[in-house]
Design a protein around this ligand. Structure first.
Ligand code: HEM
Length: 456
C-alpha cells in the first residue's frame, strides 16, 4: 500500500513545541461527560480538530490519531516509544501476565513460544474442524429458523478455537458458558461510562463485582483445564502442549503466565471472530447481489463438497467480502497505547504518560481513503486500490511487532465458516435498523442480531 502525507492543518505545526488542539472540557472532568454520554459521537467532536487531537477523560490526558502515517509511526516505526495501556489503570485484574498485556523480554519470550502454533502449515491442520463444526451448525438449523447471530457464532468460534489450540471441546459442558460470561461482563464494564472514569478503582460497584466474579471463575476454569491436561497420560500436539513443555524449563514460563496466556487466547481469539461472522452475515443478508455472487463462486469452486483450505486461494470474491466486512466493522475497533518516551507526532509534542487512541473504526471509514466509505463494496479491493491505499488506512489486525498473532488463523476460519454457511443457507436480517455497534471491549452490536435461515 502507498504512503501519503497528512492533509490537515496539523501538518503546519511541524517542529513546533505545541500540544495538539482539542475540544474544551470542564475544569476537573475534562471531556469525561461528553465521552461517557455518547462515545461514538465524541469522535465527531474530535475530528474537526485535525489528525492529532487531544482531550481529557477520567483525569487522564488522551490523544487520538486519525491519520494512517501516525498509526504507522506508533505501531511500527517508533513502536519502542509507545507501550501497551489498558486495564491496570482501571483496577481490572485480567490476564495481566498473558501475551496481550506483557511487554519487553517477557512478551518476546511468550510470543516466541506461541508463534509455532500459528505457522501456516500448522493452521492449515485446523481447517478441517473449522469446516466440520460450521457444517454441523448449519445442518442443525431448520428452514425458517431464527438464529441469534452473536450468541450462535460466539459458541461456534469458541468451539473451533478450543479444539484447535487446546484440543478441548468446550461446547460439551457448562465450561463454555464460563468463558462467554466473562466476555459479556468484560464488554459491559468496558463501555465508557461515568462510573468507569470517575469512581476510584476500589469502589465495589455491582458491575465491578460481577466482572470480578466472572474473571475468577474463568481463572478457575483455565487452572482446571491445565491440571487435567498435566495429569492426563496422553500425547498432544497443540498450543497448550507447547506451553506446558516450556513450563519449568529454566523458569521460561511461570504457572501464572501459562494460565493468563491461555485465558488471553480463549478470550481474544473467539469473540473477535464471532463478531466478524455476525456482521458479515448481516451484510450478506442486506446485499443479496453480493450474496448471490459469493454463492456462485463457492458453487463453482467447491460444489457440495466440504470446503477445504486448499480451495481458499480460488475463492477471491470471498476474500474481498471478508476484507470489506472487517473494514466496516473492525471487531477490535480502537487500539490504545501509552507514550513511554516524549514523542513528536504530526509536529506536536506528546509528553510521556499521554494515552493514545487509534480508532480503526473512524480511519476505516475516512473518505480521504475510501470512496463512499459507509457502503459495503467488496469490489473496491482491487490490486490497484490496495497499491494506492496508505498502509495503515486499513489495520483490522493492528500492525508492527504487536500485530495479531491469530490473523491468519482468523481469516482462514472466517472464510471456511462463511463458505460452509453459504453452501447450506441464505440469511434474512430481521432487524428494523442496522446493528448498532457499542463501544465496549470489542465492537459488540447493541441487542441481538436476528437472522432468519432459509435452507438451500
Ligand atoms: C477477526 C478476528 C480478529 C481480530 C479483528 C483481531 C484483532 C487483533 C488486534 C487489532 C490486535 C492488536 C492489539 C494491539 O495492538 O493492541 C490483536 C492482538 C492479538 N490477537 Fe487478535 N484478532 C482476531 C483474532 C484472533 C485470534 C483467532 C487469535 C488467537 C487464536 C488472536 C489472538 C491475539 C493475541 C494473542 C494478540 C496479542 C498479540 C501480542 O501482543 O503479541 N486474535 N488482535
Amino acid at each position: 500500500m502507498a504512503q501519503t502525507s497528512p492533509q490537515t492543518d496539523n501538518a503546519d505545526h511541524a517542529d513546533s513545541d505545541e500540544f495538539p488542539p482539542g475540544p474544551d472540557g470542564l475544569p476537573v472532568l475534562g471531556n469525561t461527560l461528553q465521552l461517557a454520554s455518547d462515545p461514538a459521537a465524541f469522535y465527531d467532536v474530535l475530528e474537526p480538530f485535525g489528525d492529532v487531537v487531544s482531550y481529557r477523560a477520567g483525569g487522564m490526558q488522551f490523544c487520538t490519531l486519525l491519520h494512517p502515517d501516525y498509526i504507522e509511526q506508533v505501531l511500527v516505526t517508533e513502536a519502542d516509544r509507545f507501550g501497551k495501556w489498558g486495564l491496570t489503570d482501571f483496577g481490572v485484574d485480567f490476564a495481566a501476565e498473558g501475551i496481550l498485556f506483557t511487554e519487553g523480554e517477557q512478551w518476546k519470550r511468550q510470543r516466541t513460544m506461541a508463534q509455532p502454533a500459528f505457522q501456516l502449515d500448522r493452521i492449515r491442520g485446523y481447517g478441517e474442524s473449522m469446516t466440520a463444526f460450521a457444517a454441523e451448525l448449519a445442518e442443525g438449523w431448520d428452514d425458517g429458523e431464527v438464529v441469534a447471530a452473536t450468541d450462535t457464532f460466539s459458541d461456534l468460534t469458541l468451539r473451533i478455537l478450543s479444539k484447535s489450540l487446546f484440543d478441548l471441546d468446550l461446547d460439551e459442558s457448562d465450561r463454555g458458558a464460563v468463558v462467554t460470561r466473562a466476555v459479556t461482563e468484560f464488554n459491559r464494564w468496558a463501555e465508557p461510562s461515568l462510573a468507569t472514569f470517575v469512581l476510584p478503582n476500589w469502589v465495589p460497584t455491582p458491575q465491578r463485582r460481577r466482572l470480578d466474579r466472572s474473571m475468577r471463575a474463568f481463572e478457575r476454569l483455565v487452572d482446571d483445564l491445565i491440571a487435567e491436561r498435566s495429569a492426563a497420560d496422553t500425547d498432544h500436539d497443540d498450543l497448550l502442549a507447547m506451553l506446558l513443555s516450556a513450563r519449568g524449563e529454566d523458569g521460561r514460563i511461570s504457572d501464572t503466565e501459562l494460565r493468563d496466556t491461555m485465558m488471553t487466547f480463549l478470550f481474544a481469539g473467539h469473540e473477535t471472530t464471532s463478531l466478524a461472522l455476525t456482521y458479515t452475515c448481516y451484510l450478506l443478508a442486506e446485499h443479496p447481489e453480493v450474496a448471490d455472487r459469493l454463492r456462485a463462486e463457492i458453487d463453482e469452486v467447491v460444489g457440495d463438497d466440504p470446503v477445504d483450505v486448499l480451495d481458499l486461494p480460488a475463492l477471491s470474491f470471498l476474500d474481498r467480502v471478508v476484507t470489506e466486512s472487517l473494514r466496516l466493522y473492525p471487531p477490535a475497533y480502537i487500539l490504545f497505547r501509552e507514550v513511554r518516551k516524549d514523542a513528536e507526532i504530526g509536529g506536536y509534542r506528546i509528553p510521556e504518560g499521554t494515552k493514545l487512541s487509534l480508532p480503526l473504526f473512524r480511519i476505516h471509514r475516512d473518505d480521504r481513503w475510501y470512496d463512499d466509505p459507509d457502503s459495503f463494496r467488496p469490489d473496491r479491493w482491487t490490486d490497484e486500490f490496495e497499491d494506492s491505499l496508505p498502509e495503515y488506512a486499513y489495520f483490522p489486525f493492528g500492525g508492527g511487532p504487536r500485530h495479531c498473532i491469530g490473523m491468519r488463523f482468523a481469516r482462514m476460519e472466517l472464510k471456511l465458516v462463511l463458505a460452509t454457511l453459504v453452501q447450506h443457507c441464505e440469511f434474512e436480517y430481521l432487524g428494523e435498523e442496522p446493528p448498532q455497534p457499542t463501544m465496549g471491549a470489542t465492537y459488540q452490536p447493541e441487542g441481538e442480531v436476528s437472522l432468519r435461515v432459509e435452507k438451500r
